[in-house]
Write a protein that binds this ligand. Sequence first.
Ligand code: ADP
Length: 237
Amino acid sequence: MLDVQDLSVRYGSNIALDQVTFSVTRGRLVGIIGPNGAGKSTLLKAILGLVPIAGGEARLQGTVLHEVRERVAYVPQRAGIDWDFPALVKEVVLMGCIPTMGWLSRPGREHHERVQEALERVGLSDFARRRIGELSGGQQQRVFIARALVQQADLLLLDEPFAGVDQYTEQAMLGVFEQLRDLGKSLLVVNHDLGEVVRHYDDILMLRGRVVAYGPREQIFNQDNLNRAYLGQVALV
Ligand code: ADP
């Protein structure tokens, strides 16, 4: 489904990503892990074409990804979102319909139903008429996941969706991710924490500017690879 080939990104003289190559098939839940500054956020942005690419490319089912951008949903890090935005929760989620609806047409009943259904799936059906800025961080993140659901994308890129969310919410979000995976969608999830959540990924992409290791979690998530990615600073428990 997704083919990333020799993708490189430079910020000035700093090489953030160096010839990153990997492929993801349909129906995979992929965790991206690596130390601070490893290029995890940059990788998602580079796949989407949100940062200038120094080399390489990303393709979705054979087509250069920026040409089929509407088939990819992106949930940025919370710090990357303008939370003073005065919109209502349901309006933010409704934006996910734009790629299939067009900018100029008015949303119909079907779109509003899709929004309500998505909010239910992330446990926020009572929050539809609240202003997004009034919600907690974890709730705001879930609003953006609901928007990604409404978009009916084939590929979802999520940047640290579990940062600062409680365990109950984490479980609920993992449940949604697993359902989407089982529907044949693929998800790339940047995961800062190496805790319990890692066990839910099918595949792990370990990053440190370059791909340190990539493949099925049972084969990749071991002390040897962690030593290479984190230079011996973390121990597997
Ligand atoms: P991670 O998400 O793994 O913590 P990032 O992708 O945020 O890593 O950053 C990778 C590298 O690129 C780091 O060295 C970081 O300082 C640098 N970097 C990230 N964004 C920018 C930017 N907008 N301008 C300059 N350097 C950046």
